[in-house]
Ligand binder design. Structure first.
Ligand code: GDP
Length: 643
């Protein structure tokens, strides 16, 4: 039995390259599994002797036609590092899998301080390239390299849109399209070395919305920082989102064409947020660019492709289909339209799909050039038509066996969602109602928001959530894209909500259903009207405010007992008036002796409603008979006041 040892650790210990350690293993017939090998103590001694004799003398053992990746593995450095050095220091563009010419390999060896040794005799093939061959074995034959999916994030006005536009113009539209592309939420940039899919809704709203649904669409995030402005609040926010998602980041330091640009300051500021650029000894690639002049943009694109290569992004175009909704809207003429990004498999015209609670048969697909396509493979964004309702961004698209299966799956899901939404809401709503009745606690105005596009949903939601005061809370029970459906009415009825529609109307039977269930639907086309109405509703729900209103003053001049009615105060109204049932305070020699209600008011022996200044009357108080001659009564009432 041998012990487990590590190739890279030994290489480090003896100051040699991992390929030298492999050579030593090979010469003793010791096999290895990746970076690990098993050797007994004698074997380990021999290996160490061999390494000791080579200590400090780094030898790069490679074969003719080696690639940057082979070299990186032989030396024990990140593959990206070799490609970058080739590009920066040797002015040679190469991808990880490009076979290099011998003179270039020599230069690379020199660059890393290694003596070059052409591999076949002294370091036989399996030893020199073990990791590569191992990695290849793992590859699924059906898997192919797919383009990286890139999101651009950063502070407002730092040039996200400009950068996306520049790339779109320079690298997307081929000449036959006359530079015109369709805005479908994503596009692909075509470079000699490969394709890059850009999500072209910049900002992190979409990124987080998708992540909130558990969908990870982005492979690489580009953080745009304006060189004149430096790190700003949304830059920091974006860094947080990117790190949280565990997505590799490339920083594009934009606007370097500006006179006051200070890219170095940006790099330094980045380190303060634990984004350490290579220039500061970290791992983060930074690219100075100008979205105006285009300077540095090709380099940025190369870096994206390089990063993608290192990530070995793969997908199986023949596998089970999986896509993600990037954007969706309701088009007046075409019905629900969704842009989806293919993640696995291939989507074809006629496929039966399920997206969240929507289903449908794909009627048409259009790419970002506005061209009709019949199928879409991995990392390709396409706009699809044929869904039954507008899905939400971030929802997963799946293919079902047939139309019926798709419909059933979608309806199962909507039942499930409805159950989830209704069950807790109903309880909470009832309990809250009881609590509200029993106490002075916050009341809530429950709303269901429906709008034509995701952007409006978010805008309306954002504004509504700001309408709060101490007494009424606006609760958005559900917010989504599309017409007001029966299931919205159902949910509204169960959760005691009002439905507000922005640029959408009730469809099908939902209007009748709403009337039947007494659910209020309010449809608007002007956002401020919507907000004003809800504000008014909130005011209407405020607990009424009351104010004390003085009625009059009354003196008690005598006390007497009536046989039937009991003790009565004989009074004289000295000012204003007094009403039966009004509130009053009674003071005796400046001290309060009673606070309560005037229960009965009599004139002579008759009950009367009110008595005015200068009149005599008999008064009885609620639960109090302790009055005396000389007591002074102040009569008042509480009246509701409006804001
Ligand atoms: P976004 O809010 O991040 O999408 O920023 P925009 O792309 O809308 O750009 C904001 C402003 O900066 C616009 O006026 C652009 O013309 C300008 N801008 C963007 N990139 C550059 C650049 O590289 N150089 C210069 N000089 N201005 C730029």
């Amino acid at each position: 039995m041998g012990s487990s040892n590590n190739i890279s650790e030994l290489a480090k210990q003896y100051g040699v390259t991992p390929s030298q350690v492999l050579s030593a293993l090979q010469s003793l017939g010791v096999v290895h599994e990746g970076d690990e090998f098993l050797a007994d103590s004698d074997e380990l001694e021999l290996i160490k002797d061999s390494l000791e004799s080579q200590r400090g003398k780094k030898v790069l053992v490679v074969q003719d036609g080696a690639t940057p990746r082979d070299i990186a593995q032989a030396i024990g450095v990140p593959p990206q590092d070799v490609v970058k050095n080739l590009m920066m220091k040797l002015k040679t563009m190469a991808q990880l899998t490009t076979s290099l010419k011998p003179d270039i390999i020599e230069k690379v060896a020199e660059l890393y301080g290694c003596t070059l040794q052409w591999g076949v005799t002294e370091a036989p093939k399996p030893a020199a390239k073990p990791i590569v061959s191992r990695a290849k074995k793992v590859d699924e034959p059906a898997e192919v390299i797919r383009p990286p999916v890139v999101t651009i994030m950063g502070h407002v006005d730092h040039g996200k849109t400009s950068l996306l536009d520049y790339i779109r113009k320079a690298n997307v539209a081929d000449k036959e399209h006359g530079g015109i592309t369709q805005h479908i939420g994503a596009y692909q940039a075509k470079l000699d070395q490969g394709l890059i899919t850009f999500l072209d809704t910049p900002g992190h709203a979409a990124f987080t919305a998708m992540r909130a649904r558990g969908a990870q669409v982005t492979d690489i995030a580009i953080l745009v920082v304006a060189a004149d402005d430096g790190i700003m609040p949304q830059t920091i926010e974006a860094i947080g989102h990117i790190k949280n998602a565990g997505v590799p980041m490339i920083v594009a330091v934009n606007k370097i064409d500006k006179g006051n640009a200070n890219p170095d300051r940006v790099l330094m500021q980045l380190t303060e947020h634990e984004v350490v650029p290579e220039a500061y000894g970290g791992q983060i690639i930074t690219c100075p660019v100008s979205a105006h002049t285009g300077e540095g943009v090709p380099h940025l694109l190369e870096m994206i492709l390089l990063q993608a290569e290192v990530m070995e992004l793969k997908a199986n175009p023949k596998g089970e289909f999986k896509g993600i909704v990037i954007e969706a809207k309701l088009d007046k003429g075409r019905g629900p339209v969704a842009t989806i990004l293919v993640q696995e498999g291939t989507l074809k015209i006629g496929s039966n799909v399920v997206v969240g609670t929507a289903s449908g048969k794909i009627k048409a697909m259009t790419d970002y050039l506005g061209e009709r396509v019949n199928e879409a493979g991995p990392s390709m964004p396409v706009e699809i038509l044929g869904l039954s309702e507008v899905p939400m961004a971030g929802e997963i698209v799946e293919v079902a066996l047939d139309e019926r299966a798709a419909r059933n799956k979608a309806s199962d899901r909507s039942d499930e969602i409805r159950k989830q939404l209704i069950a807790p809401k109903r309880k909470i709503s009832l309990r809250d109602l009881r609590r509200q009745l029993d106490s002075d606690e916050t009341k809530s105005l429950n709303l269901i928001v429906k709008a034509d596009v995701q952007g409006s949903v978010e805008a309306v939601r954002g504004m509504l959530e700001k309408i709060q005061n101490e007494e009424v809370e606006v609760k958005i029970v559900y917010a989504g894209v599309g017409a007001i459906t029966e299931s919205d009415v159902l949910l509204a009825s169960a959760s005691d909500s009002i439905i507000v529609g922005f640029n959408v109307k009730p469809e099908g039977k939902s209007k009748c259903e709403a009337e039947r269930a007494k659910v209020e639907i309010r449809a608007y086309t002007i956002i401020y009207e919507l907000i004003e109405d809800i504000e008014a509703a909130v005011k209407g729900m405020l607990a009424p405010k009351f104010e004390e209103k003085y009625l009059g003053s009354v003196d008690i001049r005598a006390t007497f007992k009536l046989t039937k009615a009991g003790f009565v105060a004989g009074c004289y109204v000295t000012d204003g008036m007094v009403k039966r049932g009004c509130l009053c305070r009674v003071d005796r020699a400046g001290e309060r002796v009673y606070e309560g209600k005037i229960e009965s008011l009599k004139h002579i022996k008759n009950d009367v409603r009110e008595m005015s200044n200068g009149q005599e009357c008999g008064i009885q108080f609620e639960n109090w008979t302790g009055f005396k001659e000389g007591d002074k009564i102040e009569a008042y009432e509480m009246v509701q006041i409006m804001d």
